[in-house]
Design a protein around this ligand. Structure first.
Ligand code: GCB
Length: 590
């Protein structure tokens, strides 16, 4: 699904700002059929949870309603009119006046509806969006709603970040011609000094397609006719990590010799390949430095914010990070576009986090519940997971910054049932995009020998916490255990290995001369120990620290106002580890 853009043939109205807002408990039976009777207003984009000083809103389980009036620009007569929601977490319903126009499940990918027949140019309509924050064993990510002895509903979940909900990304009204570009797929290759751009344009309506490529200065460097084909750019400038270069592919729909739709897409020419135990970008070994991140800030929750976007990337540049993982869900498209423009490499992840019912019991010594089964992860979960993979790849396939798909974080891959669950999903991801390596992120409880699915993937991505969850405070033992495990993976698979998570909770300002967990000194020593081991492992191709910044989680006895493994605090102040990482990453040669 193409991101809405303003072009010579399309217009765009961003519907961000304050909307009327109400919980389902206050909104009445059919809240979309009238003006919402509510004193509350909520900003879009933002998660709603932390806005109001009201735990009934923060802890709400179920639907909430957003509503505003929208005027269709009067010049849109004869155009198709569409409403697009960049994300509704976790399920959304859109009403134009009294009519339901689209429903969508999956909290981090966009959806839209053609509403032309329900609205009129120059006139207003009532736009109501319902958002449901509930997770079940059949959603991605999974969760469960429980009801306690007092009849209170609670949302529980297995992932370690707060279940922020609402409209955390933009909502758009846009116009587009009936005969238009619906989708573009671009695959790039390099042939000597030339760049080869394979493209496919899907249109609605019967029309011809013309494609032009412009360089960064706007000069035309290639053209082609037809809905699919190949364009060569002689003397191409490659998109490189740290040195982004973007061309613009302009797809035009032509009817009777006239251009009726035009859609520009930023593209970068680069190749990605796994060869033996190397990860190659443009044929050169690439070593990932950086973080697992979160979309998480105070007050706005997961609400997209351009100021934090720019600041986070500046901090990543300062510290010498060349990459990050969109742990644990697809991020706002603005983030990927920014990564494209700034040469930051992305591992792009679905929201399949927490497919592991044994982890909490495993960590806290409680009962171990099986992950796969009719009431846990089942066929419907798998179907939702397949849909999450489809929507991620459909949305992000053209970003040069995206070099690998991660189809899940820390599933229960140590049990036999994980294989029939994951095999078709890995096949699906490869079919949808044969050009990028695929991975899943392996959990500590499924080490080499126990894990049942790593052979299905191209890169071994491991999350390991030796010195934190195990060997707590004992970095000497941690070093030996980490090295032994990594050597086991290397010997068994011969594939590239990335440490996609390693980290220690650290309260900024906590200090000790001893190796005391939770102190800034311990976080530095913990990272140093990991790095010593990584540098001894030949197959190592990357290190992404958990986490870029402190972030909010559900309450629990191992979380102090959230997860404190950030190298930066939640408000982006550096802990001592930030300086230590900067000193390593700005000098690292591998
Ligand atoms: C993990 C998870 C991540 C958690 C982290 C932790 O393995 O992938 O979501 O936040 O550990 O800090 O426990």
């Amino acid at each position: 699904m193409l991101k809405p853009r303003s072009t010579a043939t399309r217009e765009l109205v961003r519907l961000d700002g304050l909307w009327r807002f109400a919980l389902d408990t206050a909104a009445g039976d059919a809240p979309w059929t009238a003006t919402l009777d509510t004193p509350l207003e909520a900003p879009v984009p933002a998660s709603y949870n932390d806005l109001f000083v009201d735990s009934a809103i923060r802890d709400h389980v179920g639907w909430v309603w957003y509503q505003r009036r929208v005027r269709v620009p009067r010049g849109w007569a004869g155009e198709r009119v569409l409403v697009r929601v960049d994300a509704a977490t976790h399920a959304g319903r859109v009403y134009i006046d009294d009519t339901l126009v689209v429903e969508h499940v999956g909290g981090y990918t966009p959806f839209e509806a053609d509403v032309t027949d329900l609205v009129r140019p120059g006139e207003e309509f009532r736009l109501t969006i319902g958002v449901d924050n509930r997770l079940s064993n059949e959603t991605i990510p999974p969760g469960a709603v429980t009801v306690d002895e007092r009849g209170r509903k609670k949302q529980t979940y297995l992932h370690d970040f707060y279940n922020y909900a609402g409209l955390a990304r933009s909502v758009w009204l846009y116009s587009a011609p009936a005969a238009r570009v619906d989708d573009i797929t671009v695959v790039t290759d390099v042939d000597g000094a030339a760049g080869v751009i394979g493209y496919e344009v899907v249109t609605s309506g019967d029309a011809d397609v013309r494609v032009r490529i412009l360089d960064a200065a706007g000069a035309e460097v290639g053209t082609a006719d037809g809905a699919r084909g190949e364009i060569r750019i002689v003397d191409v400038t490659l998109w490189q990590p740290g040195a982004a270069y973007l061309y613009e592919l302009v797809a035009e729909v032509v009817q009777d010799g006239e251009v009726v739709d035009t859609y520009p897409l930023a593209i970068g020419v680069r190749t990605v390949k796994v060869e033996g135990n190397r990860f190659l970008i443009n044929g050169e070994p690439f070593y990932f430095t950086g973080f697992g991140k979160h979309e998480d800030t105070a007050v706005r929750g997961k609400g997209h914010d351009d100021a934090y976007l720019v600041h986070d990337f500046e901090l990543m540049k300062w510290i010498g990070a060349n990459s990050f993982r969109t742990s644990h869900y697809p991020y706002a498209e603005e983030v990927l576009e920014y990564a494209d423009r700034h040469g930051i490499v992305v591992i792009d992840e679905t929201a399949a986090v927490g497919l592991n019912y044994s982890i909490i019991g495993g960590l806290l010594g409680g009962p171990i519940v099986p992950t796969f089964g009719p009431d846990q992860v089942n066929d419907k979960t798998q179907q939702a997971h397949a849909q999450a993979i489809r929507e991620l790849i459909a949305r992000d396939k053209n970003h040069p910054s995206v070099v690998m798909w991660s189809i899940a974080n820390e599933p229960d891959s140590g049990v036999d049932e994980s294989r029939p669950y994951f095999e078709p999903l890995a096949t699906l991801a490869r079919e949808l995009d044969p050009t990028r390596p695929i991975t899943f992120v392996n959990v500590m409880m499924a080490p080499v020998g126990t894990d049942k699915i790593s052979d299905l993937f191209d890169v071994l991505c491991l999350n390991r916490y030796y010195g934190w969850y195990v060997d707590t405070g004992d970095l000497e033992a941690a070093e030996a255990h980490l090295e032994a495990e990594l050597r086991g993976w290397e010997a068994a698979y011969g594939k590239p290995i990335i440490m996609t998570e390693y980290g220690a909770d650290t309260v900024a300002g906590q200090h000790s001369v001893f190796a005391q967990p939770w102190t800034e000194e311990y976080q530095v020593a913990y990272l140093d120990m990991n790095h010593r081991v990584f540098d001894r492992i030949e197959s190592f191709v990357g290190e992404q620290v958990w986490n870029f910044a402190d972030f909010q989680t559900a309450v629990g006895i191992i979380r102090v106002d959230g997860n404190k493994k950030g190298v930066f605090t939640r408000d982006r102040k550096p802990k001592a580890a930030a300086h230590a990482l900067r000193s390593r990453w700005t000098r690292l040669e591998r």
